[in-house]
Design a protein around this ligand. Structure first.
Ligand code: FAD
Ligand code: MG
Length: 507
């Protein structure tokens, strides 16, 4: 590293909270003698952009940041946690720290883009170069769109076609190690500046009511990845629709929280899977395989980045305009696991307490809130998910909510999940319900999915009277779903052109 350029660089962590496969961090380390690693916490900016991550999410992210900070300190640097506006911070500290370069990952969400353009302008006005790399997605999304003729592929089938043409995504980059940090230092004053110490939940005005089931950080992410890939046979045969939504031990990888904040690289995950596939004769294929899951992620990221107003119905060209009804009482009862349908309430309890639920469990509660039973807008559900999920992700959350509400991407709207039958298939005894809703734990299995049907003496014996200790169902599923289906049929008749925009084949 003898002839390297001697930059003073701010490396801006946003997602990408990792040392492995982090090309923009590597660039900073290779070209600089001073590197200031920064993370910006700006609650006003979040509020302005309607970003509503809750306490569980913040705890997870703080755990990630703490690990980054500890490792950076080992290498003689530290993490600077900035409070307030990124623009103000850069304006002040480019000068104060004599910064000549800024590095960060490419992000594609509109609120990041607005801020990145503003910071880039500040930097260029001050003669500072901004160097960015794509590392959060498998491909450079703009290239994918170019390949597809300038618009995003809006069906999985079309996406696969482009994916097959593009070849495998770039390999993950080497991990930043002591060697890369060897020539990078920080002035003592900056190292000791307490104004940039770790943020706490308390400072954010938040409190976690539940213990952390999934702990944030790169070490845990890599451990979890390794563990997920240990059973090669499981990896080779993985078919998403065959995994269980209500096993007490997750039946899928639960890598999503780690991928979302970027303490795990999707490219690393992809290529590790690729290694396993390449040594086998047969393996499952997209859309149901594990590669297929990462392609779903890429699919929604690409669609979201190139579809204006992707997270709302209005002004969103892919989304059916559906006359949803406002019903705050029903929405609150859904959020708070008080619908009176044990399967739905158990999933919503798992979501609120643990921050992760299985994909098909998300199907169940999302269908129930929207086209299935309550006829409440998917945007409301998406907001609740954003607040409660550890893997809350702007693009994936909106894309999947449109899918489940049959507003876009999914077109078999007549296939409605039953809040009674769905969960029974994989958990006939209701073990999952008993775990998350202990109030129902003594119901015999005949009634665990429909406690309101239990005779009075059975309810008494179970120690739970429906209507008193546990709510009665808030809707009659048969009636509600039939009524909703009729409206949906009309909507689709009137809006054939919108539906056609995302008409492809299902998951
Ligand atoms: P695995 O099955 O092990 O898959 C591996 C990875 O592939 C996941 O970690 C994820 O990054 C990606 N992936 C899997 N399924 C999907 C999918 N359907 N769409 C896009 N990427 C996928 N996922 C999020 O990460 N953030 C969200 O905010 C989010 N909101 C959702 C909202 C609804 C209504 C629904 C139905 C799904 C949502 N998903 C979201 C997608 C999916 O449910 C989760 O990614 C998955 O359940 C995470 O668990 P896992 O890591 O064990 O998945
Ligand atoms: Mg090297």
């Amino acid at each position: 590293m003898a002839n390297k350029v001697q930059h003073s660089t701010i490396h801006w962590f946003r997602k990408g909270l990792r040392f492995h496969d982090n090309p923009s961090l590597l660039h900073a380390l290779r070209t600089s003698h001073h590197v200031y690693p920064v993370y910006v916490v700006d609650q006003n900016w979040m509020r302005d952009h309607d970003i509503r991550y809750g306490a569980n999410w913040w705890r997870f992210v703080i755990q990630c940041l703490e690990e980054l900070d500890t490792r950076l300190r080992k290498y003689g640097l530290r993490l600077f946690v900035v409070r307030g506006s990124a623009e103000d911070f850069f304006k002040e500290h480019i000068r104060k720290w004599k910064i000549t370069q800024i590095t960060h990952d490419v992000d594609t969400e509109p609120f990041y883009l607005i801020r990145d353009v503003a910071v880039k302008k500040i930097a260029s006005d001050m003669g500072v170069e901004v160097v960015t790399h794509v590392a959060h997605t498998l491909y450079d999304i703009d290239r994918t769109v170019e390949r597809n003729g300038g618009t995003p592929p809006l069906t999985y089938r079309k996406f696969l076609k482009v994916y097959n043409e593009m070849g495998k995504p770039p390999k993950e980059k080497e991990t930043a190690t002591a060697e890369h940090f060897a020539n990078c230092t920080l002035p003592t004053e900056a190292l000791q500046d307490r104004n940039f110490d770790m943020v706490t939940l308390e400072e954010l005005g938040m409190k976690c009511d539940f213990p952390a089931k999934f702990v944030g950080g790169e070490t845990e992410a890599l451990r979890r990845l390794e563990k997920s890939l240990e059973d090669k046979d499981w990896v080779l045969k993985f078919e998403k629709p065959k995994t269980s939504p209500n096993s007490l031990l997750p039946s899928t990888t639960v890598l999503s929280p780690y991928l979302t904040v970027g303490c795990l690289s999707a490219r690393l995950f992809y290529h590790q899977l690729d290694k396993i596939y390449s040594k086998a004769k047969n393996h499952s294929q997209p859309p149901v395989s594990l590669h297929g899951q990462l392609i779903w992620r890429e699919f929604f990221y690409t669609a979201a980045a190139h579809t204006p107003n992707f997270n709302q119905m209005e002004g969103n060209r892919v989304c059916l305009q559906i006359p949803w009804k406002k019903n705050d009482e029903h929405l609150t009862r859904w959020r708070n696991a008080q619908t009176g349908f044990p399967w739905i309430d158990a999933v919503m309890t798992q979501l609120r307490t643990e921050g992760w639920i299985h994909h098909l469990a998300r199907h169940a509660v999302a269908c129930f809130l929207t086209r299935g039973d309550l006829w409440i807008s998917w945007e409301e559900g998406m907001k609740v998910f954003e607040e409660l999920l550890l893997d809350a992700d702007w693009s994936l959350n909106a894309g999947n909510w449109m899918w489940l509400s049959a507003s876009a991407f999914f077109h078999q709207y007549f296939r409605v999940y039953s809040p009674v039958v769905f969960g029974k298939k994989t958990d006939p005894k209701g073990t999952f319900i008993r775990h998350y809703l202990p109030v129902l734990k003594n119901f015999p299995k005949e009634y665990i999915y429909e406690p309101w049907k239990a005779p009075r003496n059975v309810q008494e014996k179970a120690g739970c009277i429906v209507g008193k200790d546990y709510p009665r169902p808030i809707v009659d599923h048969k009636e509600a779903s039939q009524r909703n289906l009729d409206i949906m049929r009309d909507v689709r008749k009137d809006q054939k052109e919108t539906a056609a925009v995302t008409l492809g084949y299902g998951k």
